[in-house]
Design a binder for this molecule. Structure first.
Ligand code: B12
Ligand code: SF4
Ligand code: SF4
Length: 377
């Protein structure tokens, strides 16, 4: 079994590749986490993320050893990113969650994980390895906690004393037998601050997040018409949400990463909503090349922008919202109708435009938004 000295060498290699946090554990998930995952899946809290509900994948999450023949060790890794600084946002600007402000972390971290795996082949001799970040059926928090890298907070995210929760997780599964680290202890204590801080009540009980209510899910993963009761609480959050983390006392005094491999881009800092709503397909592609934001596609992002405009109280947005009633995407037309309902439902010109849209509209979801607009006048 590889022990302390080898572990120090691995830690140093991990740090060179940007993984400031590194912990070792055995490839097992305990009964509490297994049962909690089953309950979450049975309650369909994954919403439309079908990959989270598949039986085969749930089995793999509960049994990490099924991911690699002769696996001995899971190396959990954490890459810190810059905490958010969007507290002074104006209602005319959109808030993009901090994790998404730089290059897409999946691509960058995968490259770095592969480079680390090559170094480990040199250090330990050629051996079996698999690398994962985010998308594979791996219960990342549970493994990180088992190796002591972080503990799981009541908002369900992993927290570390040095970096708070502002870091990404990744794993390197290996056939090398490395001495495991001890499990993390919990440090939320009696605090429950994140639970009422969630604008949509998505933390349904300590440690459990119902994705269907979470703004991160709604603005990024969910591709449909956002349930009307959740639109107002979204405020001007247009991609992801940081609220349960910004309130957390463990994020009060955190270390800023020495090198931020996922350096936030200037144009993702509180972008003007008007500028975003003007993006066509090409403009969207150019602005969000290599960025995690392309995941929502133009239709999803502009849907979120329409909601933020509707919540802004600023009637200067009305002409631009009238323009996008002609957009090819039903998602954008429908949410523009909702925004106009918030801002100018008594305006004759707006009513005329909505009537014209109604006369030509084929999409049933957009027609439902128009019916809702008409109910209020
Ligand atoms: C699906 C997913 C989402 C979904 C669902 C989130 C969720 N909480 O399940 C949505 C789209 C909502 C989402 C949002 C976000 N996500 Co996300 N997401 C994932 C993903 C892919 C899977 C999570 C999962 O397995 N969920 C299933 C549920 C059942 O698991 P769980 O929440 O861990 O639940 C456990 C606890 O409830 C525990 N439990 C139950 N009872 C008890 C009691 C005690 C005492 C304890 C200790 C534990 C416990 O048992 C459960 C099973 O282990 C992971 C990557 C991965 N592969 O793990 C990233 C991941 C969790 N996401 C991440 C991020 C950054 C976010 C956002 C912060 C992004 C943003 N700013 O908008 C938000 C945060 C929302 C939140 N509060 O969770 C990071 C978190 C990094 C960190 N430091 O923790 C991860 C790890 C991605 C990564 N590779 O870095 N995400
Ligand atoms: S990310 Fe936002 S919406 Fe999701 S649980 Fe945290 S505070 Fe709630
Ligand atoms: S806000 Fe409080 S309860 Fe929530 S994760 Fe942080 S310490 Fe834990």
């Amino acid at each position: 079994m590889f022990n302390t000295n080898t572990k120090k060498n691995i830690l140093s290699l991990a740090q060179q590749h940007g993984f400031a946090l590194c912990a070792f554990t055995q490839p097992q998930v305990d009964a509490l986490n297994q049962a909690a995952l089953d309950r979450w899946v049975d309650a369909r809290m994954y919403g439309d993320m079908d990959y989270m509900g598949e039986e085969v994948r749930t089995h793999r999450r509960k049994n990490p050893a099924t991911m690699l023949d002769d696996i001995q060790t899971v190396i959990s890794l954490g890459m810190p990113y810059s905490p958010p600084n969007h507290e002074n946002a104006r209602p005319q600007q959109g808030i993009i969650a901090s994790y998404a402000r730089g290059d897409d972390y999946h691509e960058l971290m995968k490259k770095k994980l592969k480079a680390l795996a090559r170094d480990l082949d040199v250090l330990l001799g050629q051996h079996g390895q698999r690398v994962y970040v985010d998308t594979a059926p791996v219960l990342e928090h549970a493994l990180a906690a088992k190796g002591g890298l972080a503990w799981q907070g009541k908002h369900s995210l992993s927290i570390n004393r040095k970096y708070g929760s502002w870091f990404f997780l990744a794993e390197l599964f290996t056939t090398a037998n490395i001495e495991p680290d001890s499990e993390a202890t919990l440090h939320c204590g009696t605090c429950t601050d994140c639970i009422p801080a969630c604008p949509t009540g998505a933390i349904v009980s300590p440690y459990i997040v119902d994705a269907r209510l979470c703004i991160s899910y709604l603005t990024i993963e969910f591709k449909g018409f956002i349930p009307e009761n959740l639109r107002k609480p979204m405020g001007n959050r247009i991609f992801g949400c940081d609220d349960c983390q910004t309130i957390c006392p463990w994020n009060g005094k955190v270390e800023i990463p020495e090198v931020d491999f996922l350096k936030p881009r200037e144009d993702t800092f509180l972008p003007e909503l008007a500028k975003l709503l003007a993006l066509d397909d090409e403009g969207f592609r150019q602005m969000f090349r290599k960025s995690a934001i392309k995941r929502s596609k133009r239709a999803g992002l502009l849907r979120n922008v329409c909601i933020a405009m509707g919540n802004s109280g600023d009637t200067d947005f009305v002409p631009q919202l009238l323009d996008v009633l002609n957009d090819d995407e039903p998602l954008i037309r429908g949410h523009a109708v909702w925004a106009l309902k918030q801002l100018a439902n008594n305006d004759d010109k707006v009513r005329q435009h909505i009537q014209v849209l109604k006369d030509n509209e084929q999409n049933t979801d957009v027609l439902a938004e128009i019916a809702s607009f008409e109910r209020i006048i």
